[in-house]
Design a protein around this ligand. Structure first.
Ligand SMILES: Nc1ncnc2c1ncn2[C@@H]1O[C@H](COP(=O)(O)OP(=O)(O)OP(=O)(O)O)[C@@H](O)[C@H]1O
Ligand SMILES: [Mg+2]
Length: 340
C-alpha cells in the first residue's frame, strides 16, 4: 500500500536477467494461467520465451487450443516469440526407473545387499517423490538444453504436493550421487589393484561407463543448483487463491524455499472478486457472501504475505481459454498496483 510496494512489473524490471521462472502452489490455484501470463508478457516484450509444462495433464494444450503434446517444442499460434512444450512425465518415469534400476543393481551387488534391485525400484517408484525426481530431472534437462535458445523459460510446475521439493531434491540428489561416485571409485580401484598397476586406476575410472554416467549426472545437478540458487537467474512465484488452504500452502512453501536458498519472486493472488461486482447493487446474496469471505482472506494475506504480493488476478466470468484471455491475464498481472 505504500509507494515502495514491489509489484510484478517492478520485480521484473529490477531483475532483467532472471531467466527461469517457476509457478508453484496448491492444485487448481492458477499455476498454469500465471505461468502462461508471464510467458505471454515476455513474448509481447519481444523476448523469446519457452513455456514448459511437466504436468501429466495436458494443461497447455487445452489452454491454447493447440496440440502441444509429444515432448517437442512448438510455436504458439497467433503470437510471436512464444513457444511451448508439454512433457509427458510418465515416459520419463519409465526411463528413469530403468536407469535407476541399473545403478541400484550395481550398487547393491557391490555393497552385498541381497535384494533384487527391480523389486526395490518398483517399491521406490510408487512413492510420489519418485515422480518428482523424474520431473526434476526433466526440468534440469530443459534448463540446460534450451537455455541458449531462449531468453526466458517459464515452468508451469505440476500440482504435486510440494513443487518446491523438486528444488530441495537437488541437494539430496547431490549427496546421494557423491556417495555413489565414491563407492564406484573404490570398487574400481580394488579391481584395478588386482590386475593393473596403480597409475592405471584413473584411466580405468574414466573408461567406466557407469562412472561417466554418475559424473555427468553430478555435473548436471551442480550446474542446476548454481542456477536455482542465483536470484539473478531464477525466480519462484507462489500462486494462491483467497482461501485458507492455498494460503497455508504458500506460507509453507516460502519457508521451505528459504531453507533451500532458492530465490522467491513473490506471491500472486488469483481469482479475486472485484469490488465493483458487489457495489453496483445487482449482486446476488451468494456473490455478496463470497465477496465478504474473500475479503476476510485478503485481510489474512495482508497480515502474513503482503510485502511479497506482486500481483492480484481478478476472477473472470469464464475459465481462461485461448490466447486473448491469456493476454488479458498478462495485462492484469503486469498492471496490478496496490490501492492507494
Ligand atoms: N482468475 C480466474 N478466473 C477464471 N477462471 C480461472 C481463473 N484462474 C484460473 N481459472 C480457471 O481455473 C482452472 C484452474 O486454473 P489453472 O489450470 O491455471 O490452475 P493450476 O494451478 O495450474 O491447476 P493444476 O493444479 O490442476 O495444474 C482453469 O480451468 C482456469 O481456466
Ligand atoms: Mg496446471
Amino acid at each position: 500500500m505504500s509507494e515502495q510496494h514491489e509489484t510484478l512489473k517492478d520485480f521484473l524490471g529490477k531483475h532483467p536477467t532472471v531467466k527461469y521462472l517457476f509457478t508453484g502452489g496448491k492444485g487448481g490455484v492458477g499455476k498454469t494461467i500465471s505461468a502462461a501470463g508471464l510467458a505471454y508478457y515476455f513474448a509481447s516484450e519481444g523476448e523469446k520465451v519457452l513455456l514448459a509444462s511437466l504436468n501429466p495433464v495436458h494443461s497447455l494444450s487445452s489452454l491454447f487450443g493447440q496440440d502441444l503434446t509429444g515432448g517437442a517444442i512448438k510455436p504458439i499460434n497467433g503470437i510471436n516469440n512464444l513457444y511451448a512444450i508439454e512433457v509427458d512425465i510418465r515416459e520419463r518415469v519409465k526411463k528413469y526407473k530403468e536407469q535407476l534400476s541399473e545403478k541400484l543393481m550395481w550398487f547393491m551387488k557391490w555393497a552385498d545387499i541381497p535384494l533384487k534391485a527391480e523389486e526395490f525400484v518398483d517399491i521406490a517408484a510408487t512413492n510420489p517423490a519418485f515422480e518428482e525426481s523424474a520431473m526434476f530431472d526433466n526440468t534440469i534437462d530443459i534448463m540446460l538444453k534450451e537455455s541458449e535458445n531462449f531468453d526466458k523459460i517459464v515452468f508451469d510446475t505440476a500440482a504435486v504436493a510440494n513443487a518446491v521439493r523438486l528444488l530441495g531434491l537437488s541437494k539430496i540428489y547431490g549427496l546421494w550421487l557423491g556417495r555413489m561416485i565414491e563407492s564406484r571409485k573404490e570398487a574400481l580401484s580394488l579391481r584395478v589393484k588386482l590386475s593393473f598397476r596403480k597409475e592405471r586406476v584413473m584411466e580405468e575410472v574414466k573408461k567406466d561407463p557407469m562412472m561417466k554416467d554418475l559424473l555427468d549426472m553430478n555435473e548436471r545437478i551442480k550446474k542446476a543448483r548454481e542456477v536455482f540458487s542465483d536470484p539473478e537467474k531464477t525466480a519462484f512465484f507462489f500462486v494462491t487463491l483467497p482461501l485458507a488452504l492455498p494460503i497455508a500452502v504458500v506460507e509453507r512453501f516460502i519457508k521451505m524455499v528459504q531453507g533451500f536458498d532458492i530465490p522467491t519472486g513473490g506471491v500472486i493472488v488469483n481469482g479475486v472478486l472485484e469490488k465493483k461486482l458487489v457495489s453496483e447493487g445487482k449482486a446476488t446474496e451468494y456473490l455478496i457472501n463470497k465477496f465478504k469471505e474473500q475479503q476476510r482472506y485478503m485481510e489474512i494475506i495482508k497480515e502474513r504475505l503482503w510485502p511479497s504480493v506482486r500481483a492480484i488476478i481478478p476472477l473472470y466470468p469464464t475459465e481462461i481459454i485461448g490466447l486473448d484471455m491469456v493476454g488479458k491475464v498478462a495485462q492484469d498481472m503486469l498492471n496490478w498496483k496496490p490501492e492507494a
